[in-house]
Design a protein around this ligand. Sequence first.
Ligand code: ING
Length: 301
Amino acid sequence: MRELVIGAAQLGAINKDDSRESVVTRMLALLDQAALRGCDLVVFPELALTTFFPRWYMEDQAEVDTWFEREMPGPATQPLFDFCREHGIAISFGYAELTPEGHHFNTSILTDKTGRIVGKYRKIHLPGHVEFDTERDFQHLEKRYFEPGDLGFGVWRNLGAVMGMCICNDRRWPETWRMMGLQGVELVALGYNTPSVNSQNRTEGERERLFHSELSIQAGAYQNATWAVAVAKAGVEDGFPLMAGSIIVDPNGFVVARAETNGDELISHRCDLDACQFGKRTIFDFARHRRIEHYGLITSR
Ligand code: ING
């Protein structure tokens, strides 16, 4: 039996004025808890180092770039990687990546237990808009600040398991899960920053948003016989509420752990990776059951 103790380290609000160092201190406190629980891997949210800055309209690219990391690890994040090596814990977290060539991505990484980066993913499904939208109660400018990811949907063998990543809005698209499912993924690590209300439809509140988030993750996990760890950045950031609801979902789509607060909170679960095998060999044996000759529209439109 291949078992891994997986931690979901939910983060509460990060305000505009909170330094990366103060956030890393909070992340290290969660990692301390995770080490005490014997976690093998700890997953943090999307854009874990800063406030969800795409809610702010900016025109000065120099200001936008202050929210991005030019190197990973960098001075502020090196303590996280040092902790991994010292305690033998792997981590995954999201951040805004500015490449040496000047490209901007909403990125997440995966390390092994020595703190070496073994996988990188760049968010493909960017929600929101490019220009200031006067119709919205608040802005969601991911299409303004990020380019669509250019690395595709990868999986990596890590800690004896096939692991993949996606980010936030990606979880709402079945193609995301199936691309990793077709590569044999057994654990999908994803972070999210999801506003508690819909900026375009005031009748859609936190209850609906939590429902759609869980629905997407449970479906993705079940339909691809994989574990899923979904970790929120939650709480009220400079007056803007983000929903919590971090969960760990098993390969049959059942929620096995759920955060209870809107703040910094570690949830964990002992995951048997071989629990994926039954689904992959029977109901979701893709080789035996899928009929790709009928699926052309999915990639042609
Ligand atoms: N946030 C939200 C998400 O996909 C969103 C944006 C919410 C889009 C609800 C559509 C519906 O969870 C990010 N950062 O993608």
